[in-house]
Design a binder for this molecule. Sequence first.
Ligand SMILES: NC(=O)c1ccc[n+]([C@@H]2O[C@H](COP(=O)([O-])OP(=O)(O)OC[C@H]3O[C@@H](n4cnc5c(N)ncnc54)[C@H](OP(=O)(O)O)[C@@H]3O)[C@@H](O)[C@H]2O)c1
Length: 348
Amino acid sequence: MAFRAVGTSHPNPPVGAVIVKDGVIISRGWTQPKGIPHAEIHAIEQIKNRKEIEGAHLYCTLEPCSHHGKTPPCVDKIIKFKFSKVIISQVDKNPLVNNNSVKKLRSAGIRVVIKNFGHKVKTLNNTFFNSIKNNKPLIILKIASTADGKIATNLYESKWITNSTSRMIGHKLRSLNECMIVGTGTIRKDNPVLDCRLDGLSNRSPDIFILDKKLELNYKFKIFNNKNRKIYVFHSNKVTKKVRIKMVKYIKIKEYNNVLDIKSIVRKISTLGYARILVEGGAKLSASLLHNNLIDEIAWFRASKIMGSDGISAISNLNIDNIDHLKKFKLVKTKTINDDQLSVYRRK
Ligand SMILES: NC(=O)c1ccc[n+]([C@@H]2O[C@H](COP(=O)([O-])OP(=O)(O)OC[C@H]3O[C@@H](n4cnc5c(N)ncnc54)[C@H](OP(=O)(O)O)[C@@H]3O)[C@@H](O)[C@H]2O)c1
């Protein structure tokens, strides 16, 4: 249930809830888009006769909330409807909750069991904890390259290096992430839309953060056309120019080494409530994130094609001249997609 909410629940974490009465599942819920309602309430609301809930058990992948946010505390509804037992995979490390609901439920006479539902749920919750506690969202880098690691020809042609099935998996990846960061190089060369074009999932296109230091991008680029998502432009705090488009939100950021300070950008995105970021290259942006050790996972699609050294490398200069300073990842999954290969790497 929690996995149904991945990519759409922000600023809230993706949570799943299951209600069991006399050993039978009577309802299921998951965090709804933009986090409203929460999973527990979504599950409760699907039961027509609320009296049926009395004595039922509630399973939650995360501790229910105890604070007033956009919605009232879920814990009060759980007490009101007289659940007899609540089974929680993890206590919420969000300082606003952090065991408060467990205590409140127990003092209301409800049995609470904290039992790890497994590493997949733990990974989902940890992504949320890391974003709210350390301002470090999960960052996934997606690369589509030739077998020799080139993402475009020397004339900047990149359509299409990988096959249509790989590209569909790429779109699925977009649907599972809350936002994307993109540099001006890719916008100028490719004029991408960066939406999710899978049937039935177009409403899951991620919000967009554009890095445009000097505010020089032409607003006729297709990326600005999608009205169903938020678009932010980061620009240098030295820029005084007043280019303003109504639907775009502008954020000033300091420069570091002549580019926008990528660490501040990531922190800012986290404070805006995003816990999952997808990055689809270009070479300079990927290098900038890797250089600062900000990439948690890489989904690398490689076609069985060779371009040669005049093509553009997936990652631009990292200034590494010592083998001990290589960026190290572990290979966690591989998949053959006709003549392409997907390798998933996770930071060591
Ligand atoms: N096959 C693939 O998977 C794939 C995916 C995407 C792109 N591409 C290819 O990649 C090529 C573009 O790559 P690129 O390296 O030229 O451009 P890029 O990485 O998309 O964008 C780099 C630009 O973003 C701006 N920027 C601002 N702050 C930055 C920071 N902290 N770090 C990095 N960039 C920052 C800078 O421009 P300003 O100074 O103007 O702000 C910089 O020149 C295109 O040919 C495209 O086809 C391939």
